[in-house]
Design a protein around this ligand. Sequence first.
Ligand code: GLN
Length: 214
Amino acid sequence: MVEEPAATVGVLALQGDVLEHEAALREVGAAVRRVRRPSDLAGIEGLVLPGGESTTLSKLLDSSGLFAPIAEAVAEGLPTFGTCAGLILLAAKVEDGRPDQRSFAALDCTVRRNGYGPQRFSFEGVAEPVDALLGAETGPLPAVFIRAPLVTEVWGDAEVLAREGQDGGGAPVVLRQRQVLGATFHPELTSDRRVHRLFMDMVRAAAGRSPGAR
Ligand code: GLN
């Protein structure tokens, strides 16, 4: 049997926790490419928007000329996964953002920046999968929240895959809408690879590849 080459996933590398995402993606079988300029987007089969600062990322996306081509690729169905600030960049509505902050508006949800408030600015909690896609029976995922956005509203085609807290009764923390996946926490900072694995399944399915080893 001829082995299929690994799917190539781009990681937006303008700011934020790029290295951790690269390592997590390699663990689930991706070939990784850093995306810093529009030409880096050619041929990628998926794209990760890491955490960082969404206001800064929005500015850097504009100055690097990446905003428009990424918006187009996302609209055309490129599998895209945003964590924390990356999810803010994908949300349809952003509260407490800067007035000039832009988003790709690919996830039907409202997020409030730094929405967990001062007491829970950054914390380690859990995310309970509530959808079979993430393995609803497989137990809670460790979840590191760092000045995380709070999802306050979900509508339309966005599905909630996990909620905060052991009983899964908290705010939505993993969302999916067609080829777009978002997490308000940082799955790249723990060793549980369920969320990255799901993203790679989305990448392989969109590219018509065979599913990877699980
Ligand atoms: N609070 C940050 C923002 O608004 C997100 C923090 C993070 O990505 N860890 O962009």
